[in-house]
Write a protein that binds this ligand. Sequence first.
Ligand code: PAF
Length: 283
Amino acid sequence: MSRPLVVDTVAGLRARIRDWRRDGLRVAMVPTMGALHEGHLSLVRIALERAERCIVSIFVNPTQFAPSEDLDKYPRQLARDLDQLALAGADLAYTPGVGEMYPAGFATKISVGGPSAGLESDFRPTFFEGVATVVAKLLLQASPDVAVFGEKDYQQLCVVRQLCRDLNLPVEIIGAPTIRDAHGLAMSSRNAYLGEAELQIARRLNVILRKAAAALAAGADQNGATGEASRALLAAGFHKIDYVEARESRTLTPWRRGHEGRLLAAAWLGKTRLIDNVDVSTS
Ligand code: PAF
């Protein structure tokens, strides 16, 4: 199992992709911020079902972190990431530095409307601008045929779809199911911040959301079910709930009964903010 080729410049990335294109190969991209776990590796595997070559970008994007957030302590472990990518069969790791992505004088921001309204944006008002800008850059740098994003960051996935549709970016966006541990906890690089006791509490998040989604699907009042879920999260040991909300799966407008829905939540456990989401219609 050989480690993927590593390139850290746009020119190096494009040269390699040009060779693949010359050989008639399809190219997939999996954008990440590193600290790879089984969730990311599942994205690579899905990418390799759709294309012969898979690029994984590893870039801790400063523009999507607010000054109060965890940019400095965000886990960085390139050597381990490369070993993981070798196991998953990725062909190339794209690891640009901040200077390559945002050279002096960089002055563009992409603001996506629609699905970015509310939820994360109420608590991280500059987050999606940072995500949309870096994702647009990565997709334009690599011009992949397909790009894979996890449903774990469900609102981000909807924002990326909107971005690509609105800007006619010639890439197919694939949403991949959330990978969970044996107790239902969604894999996340930020789980690394959790101690053993917090991990036990974190595992309640998915259980409580699934219960609320089932209640909604069975006809429970929306405010009643989301309020009950928030109370259950607090009782389980989360100390602050940012939101528990049901939205339409595709547009993220408020959920209407009879439509496909998604129940999304963000909650704090100590200094760690966890997000998760579940399907309302089938739970
Ligand atoms: O989901 C992430 O890891 C990041 O938000 C992304 C899509 C790689 C953009 O920096």
